[in-house]
Design a protein around this ligand. Structure first.
Ligand code: SAH
Ligand code: SF4
Length: 427
């Protein structure tokens, strides 16, 4: 049901700018699974095959407004439009970089919150087919608060609904389809901690993998986590769902406490033990993400600690030069340091890649564009944060472990933050 005026129509490609939209609390259609959709049609006195026609419009033709729901009859389209949003992204602004190989999309949601996704195009090369990967968000902002991450600076807004997660993928699929291309990979590496919104992320992955819906193999889906151990264990019990990536960034607790505050709740050893069990139980290699921060986590001692930690595991290490983020005193490690680090880790028998940063000029690091949209904090706040980070990371390098004040943990666990709007809790 529309609670106020209808939002501006989304055109599937770009709008002029990010604008506030009128509140729209109708649930999204893409988040309804086939059973619930069929039940709705039967309850409305319509035959079940209409549900399949609707699914075809949503998933094969990526419909984003009601006029695209043909061949459904007009009265049924009008009824659906009253009850549901065909697309939960009210409008989208796109910025391109890397000569068009990277596109950052800023999506305005039905309650005027804004989230980002990043579309990366990889041309065919050396016998590899071309790929089109979308990096999507699972929450507005993030409660974990990693200091090198622009999303961490935003703080936590709310969980995304299943439809809002899926509509980012449908937007990307529609965007690449204009050039006759197909989306090949989905990674949950945008805003938010996916394992703190696990039920909806799982529902979304099911829809992506379902041959009657998006139809993407689960091997083409990667979910990245900062290390929510109980959720990793829950995934292991469910069996292979998708490729799991762990954001490690440090192999030693004192430093990881600073870089990934969730480490104070679930330390490195517990995170890696859960990931190791996951790899063994599912037979799927776990990826470890390691953002390289100059002079902070790129020393020989860090490389040796990482090699020791993962030696013998079914694991892959991805080294990512840090994208600059305004409120930190840090920058990326020099390439020579990254290569030396990679060499040391490889010497322990682990597979290592160095990921080239995409779209730096449009701030395509995790959460950066949304952070720009939110506005930078005042200079005095930035100065205090920088000072604290310098002191904390220096103490960590000396091996001192700062215990979190009890009050900080609820923030890291996503239990604090801005309230979730009640109207937007549905699919
Ligand atoms: N919250 C999840 C997923 C989103 S972040 C997680 O942390 O895993 C996706 C990846 O981007 C993470 O590995 C994160 O550490 C990395 N990242 C965040 N800020 C970055 C920056 N400034 N430079 C490079 N990588 C960054
Ligand atoms: Fe959250 Fe991931 Fe950013 Fe950390 S790196 S603040 S977990 S989005």
């Amino acid at each position: 049901m529309i609670t106020s005026a209808a939002p501006p129509p989304s055109n599937g490609t770009a709008s002029d700018s990010v604008v506030a939209v009128a509140w729209d609390a109708r649930p999204g259609l893409s988040g309804l699974d086939p059973e619930r959709l069929e039940a709705w049609f039967l309850a409305a006195g319509r035959p079940a095959y209409r549900a399949r026609q609707l699914a075809d419009a949503i998933w094969r033709r990526h419909a984003h407004d009601v006029t695209q729901l043909r061949p459904l009859p007009g009265d049924l389209r009008a009824l659906l439009d009253r009850e549901f949003r065909i697309d939960t992204l009210a409008s989208t602004e796109v910025r391109a970089a890397d000569g068009g190989l990277t596109e950052k999309a800023l999506h305005v949601l039905g309650d005027s919150n804004v989230v980002e996704s990043v579309l990366m195009h990889y041309p065919a090369r050396a016998g590899r087919r071309e790929r089109h990967t979308v990096c999507i968000s699972s929450q507005v902002g993030c409660a974990v608060g990693c200091p090198f991450c622009a999303t961490g600076e935003l703080g936590f807004g709310r969980d995304l609904t299943t439809s809002e997660i899926l509509d980012q993928v449908r937007w990307a699929a529609r965007h690449v389809a204009v050039d006759g291309r197909r989306l090949t990979n989905v990674v949950f590496m945008g805003e938010g901690e996916p394992l703190l919104n696990l039920d909806r992320v799982l529902e979304a992955v099911r829809a992506l993998a379902d041959p009657l819906r998006f139809g993407l193999g689960v091997r083409h889906v990667t979910v990245s986590t900062s290390g929510v151990v109980p959720a990793i264990r829950r995934l292991t019990a469910l069996g292979p769902q998708f490729t799991l990536a762990i954001s490690l960034h440090a192999a030693r607790d004192p430093l990881r406490d600073v870089l990934v505050p969730l480490n104070r709740r679930w330390p490195v050893s517990e995170v890696v033990a859960a990931a190791r069990d996951h790899a063994r139980a599912t037979g799927r290699r776990v990826s470890y993400e390691y953002t390289m921060i100059g002079g902070v986590n790129d020393t020989d001692a860090d490389a040796i600690a990482l090699a020791e930690l993962l030696r013998g595991d079914l694991a892959h290490v991805n080294l990512i030069p840090m994208n600059p983020v305004a409120h930190t005193p840090w920058t990326a490690s020099p390439m020579a340091a990254i290569e030396a680090f990679a060499g040391r880790v490889r010497a322990a028998g682990l597979s290592v890649t160095i990921r080239r940063n995409r779209g730096q000029d449009i701030g395509a690091a995790c959460g950066q564009l949304a952070a720009e949209h939110a506005g930078e904090p005042p200079p005095e706040v930035v100065a205090i944060r920088r000072e604290r980070l310098v002191a904390d990371s220096a103490a960590a390098l000396r091996g001192e472990r700062r215990r979190a004040a009890a009050a900080e943990l609820p923030v890291a666990l996503g239990l604090a933050g801005r309230p979730v709007p009640a109207g937007d809790r549905s699919p």
